[in-house]
Design a binder for this molecule. Structure first.
Ligand code: KG4
Ligand code: ZN
Length: 339
């Protein structure tokens, strides 16, 4: 029997996921069942359908995670589950499953903030990352720039005032006729495109401002497409996608490095679905190397939603004595530092 095993459960959006992680860092299994094919025909996630699909998939996915890890439920020491932010109906499915298992087995239950989970993806399969660091969490619902002086402590330096970066990718991809989720599609189309071909604005670019805004960029992109349509001008899709992607990558990277400079921190960390973008990773790496900073980002498959990151965050939370009670409930608008 192995010790230090955490079962992680994640159902905040459209992925039903379960994972077994040892000592918060070693992945024994990481099962992610995506509902993307079901939601794609609606152009985005339909909450009601997502909850129903989670109910169907939850226990088979947990079973698969245990089997793949070659452990039984009795070997599990901690049960960690995402309790926010996310879709309330989806979150409730994971929480109900986690509570019933924890109660039946007499194991501790740990509620995990999904955003905190994304950050902890950086601790999986590596142990060399230690605070202090600045971290940018960029996903479909969040764009948060954080200073992390010590584990479990978060100082919010800035966040988006409107759309999240991933949301901007998804919305413009949809207008371009690309399937959901749009980020990976835009990345693919942008390969070989000229990122200077179309000029797009950078929101809130004054020095010292660590908030983000992507609504101006989104409007500019839509206007440019409409203008081309009215004039019968052909848009070069690769150039357009590359320029749009570059506008996001440029502003994210500039603010991330400025935050590291301002707070005299030598380490920068990326997390969340948009951190899977290779143009973003490459640009951050290049700028950081020039500035003499160290960079961490998880492998692409651990940037997007998964339960291994939830197990990791849950394990460290439990070790810090921060387990949850049976009153644990879904908090769709949970923010980092709220709990
Ligand atoms: O973290 P995540 O899986 O779910 C949320 O917590 O939201 O992030 C999903 C978001 C979507 O908006 C998706 O388009 C974006 O991350 N994304 C990407 C890439 N892969 C996923 N954006 C840009 N480039 C990518 N390669
Ligand atoms: Zn996420």
């Amino acid at each position: 029997m192995r010790s230090g095993l955490t079962l992680g459960i994640e159902t905040s959006c459209d992925e039903t996921a379960a994972a077994v992680v040892q000592d918060g860092t070693k992945i024994l299994s990481n099962v992610v069942l995506s509902q993307i094919d079901i939601h794609r025909k609606y152009g985005g996630v339909v909450p009601e359908i997502a909850s129903r699909k989670h109910i169907e998939a939850m226990f088979p996915v947990i079973h698969e995670a245990l089997e793949e890890a070659r452990v039984s439920l009795a070997d599990i020491e901690v049960i960690a589950v995402t309790y926010g932010p996310g879709l309330v109906g989806s979150l409730l499915v994971g929480i109900a499953a986690a509570k019933s298992l924890a109660y039946a087995l007499g194991k501790p239950l740990v509620g995990v903030n999904h955003i905190e989970g994304h950050i902890y993806a950086n601790f999986l399969e590596r142990e060399d990352l230690t605070p202090p660091f600045v971290c940018l969490t960029v996903s479909g619902g969040h764009t948060d720039l954080l200073l992390i002086p010590e584990l479990g402590s978060y100082e919010i330096l800035g966040r988006t005032r409107d759309d999240a970066a991933g949301e901007a990718f998804d919305k413009i991809a949809r207008v371009l006729g690309l399937p959901y989720p749009g980020g990976p599609q835009i990345e693919q189309v942008a390969r070989g495109g000229n990122r200077e071909a179309y000029e797009f604005p950078r929101g809130l670019s004054e020095e010292g401002n660590f908030d983000f805004s992507f609504s101006g960029l989104k409007t500019a992109a839509l206007n440019r497409l409409n203008q081309a349509q009215q004039k019968g001008e052909e848009i070069n899709l690769a150039d357009f996608a590359a320029s749009f992607q570059w506008a996001i990558v440029d502003v994210l990277t500039t603010k991330l490095l400025a935050a590291a400079r301002k707070h005299a921190v030598r380490k920068i960390v990326l997390s969340g679905g948009v951190a899977a973008n290779s143009a973003f990773r490459t640009h951050v790496q290049e700028c950081a190397t020039q500035a003499g900073l160290e960079v961490w980002y998880p492998p692409a498959c651990l940037c997007t939603d998964n339960a291994a990151m939830i197990a990791s965050a849950g394990y460290f939370r439990h070790r810090a004595g921060r387990s949850s009670g049976w009153e644990l409930n879904a908090l769709p608008n949970l923010r980092l530092g709220d709990d």
